[in-house]
Design a binder for this molecule. Structure first.
Ligand SMILES: [Zn+2]
Length: 62
């Protein structure tokens, strides 16, 4: 595998959860944060578990 320098247009974001800069598409941080974008690790470690919790809560409401 040869890695030629590909200059893709990557957007830079500051993660709204951990405040670390990252490039790429980012993730929707809802329900942890209502605005901004978050990095992949926060998405995996915080947003997805929070989303699951929210989903469980909303199922229990009914
Ligand atoms: Zn983050």
């Amino acid at each position: 595998m040869s890695t030629t320098q590909s200059k893709r247009e990557e957007k830079k974001y500051i993660c709204c959860i951990c405040k670390m800069p990252f490039t790429g598409y980012g993730n929707n941080p809802d329900p942890v944060k209502k605005r901004g974008r978050c990095c992949d690790s926060c998405n995996a470690e915080k947003v997805i578990p929070a989303r699951i919790e929210e989903a469980i809560k909303s199922w229990c409401k009914g």
